[in-house]
Design a protein around this ligand. Structure first.
Ligand code: CA
Length: 231
């Protein structure tokens, strides 16, 4: 699991990085808010963000807002400020959980497990591994997609969209269903977002025909004649 740790205080960050690495996490640390946003956008495989609020440039709230503009990656806010206003604001901006410093390492791991489990459970797919074509494999458990055995970096929404289509290959998913399931049950924004994600997926998968447009209705995954999905 890839962790983006955003913390400017070395005395907190360094032992945390060591501890997480010892637990098998891959940790990328940033000590500024802008650095964190840039790192997040260039590493779309980030599985969770641990976010300090007091940062030298833009604060953790702003980082949260910018990340949430296009991603539902789990975010746990780490802060020394324990008052209720911070708590509400952090959660309103879309953070998944909140820890007040100093916190115990075990508790942090438990919370990290809880928020990632929760976010994975919101998916709709039961099978772990789906073979989309001979070369494209989607793994729901690790949320990774490989093409010719190489990891493809998808954003959270791109993955969720592909996983939804893969849950019933060949079946058309209407635009409404996709927006409801992948974005939000109450999505009233421009549906162009969906087309942008489909275009990006086609490009990343290296095969524009994998996702077929059903004009005026929605999208479907090109059906795979040889469906040997395994779990
Ligand atoms: Ca700080």
């Amino acid at each position: 699991m890839n962790v983006l740790l955003v913390e400017d205080d070395d005395a907190i960050a360094e032992p945390l990085v060591k501890g997480l690495e010892r637990q098998g996490y891959v940790v990328h640390r940033e000590s500024t808010g802008l650095g964190a946003v840039a790192a997040f956008h260039s590493h779309s495989s980030v599985d969770i963000i641990l976010l300090d609020l007091g940062l030298p440039d833009i604060d953790g709230y702003e980082v949260c807002r910018r990340v949430r503009a296009d991603s539902m990656v789990p975010i746990i806010i780490l802060t020394a400020r324990g008052d209720e206003i911070d708590r509400v604001l952090g959660l309103e901006l879309g953070a998944d959980d909140y820890m007040v410093k100093p916190f115990g390492f075990r508790e942090l791991i438990a919370r990290m497990n809880a928020v990632t489990r929760r976010s994975n459970a919101s998916g709709t797919i039961k099978d772990d591994i789906t073979k989309l074509t001979g070369e494209v494999i989607l793994d729901n458990r690790t949320r990774k997609v490989t093409v010719h055995d190489k990891d493809i970096q998808l954003t959270r929404k791109e993955f969720d969209l592909l996983a939804l289509l893969a849950s019933d290959a060949g079946a058309t998913q209407t635009r409404e269903t996709i927006l409801e399931q992948v974005w939000d049950a109450h999505w009233y924004g421009p549906t162009k977002t969906l087309d942008v994600h489909v275009a990006s997926l086609r490009k990343k998968l290296g095969d524009p025909t994998i996702i077929e447009t059903v004009r005026g209705v929605g999208f479907r995954l090109r059906s795979n004649t040889e469906d040997d999905s395994a779990s």
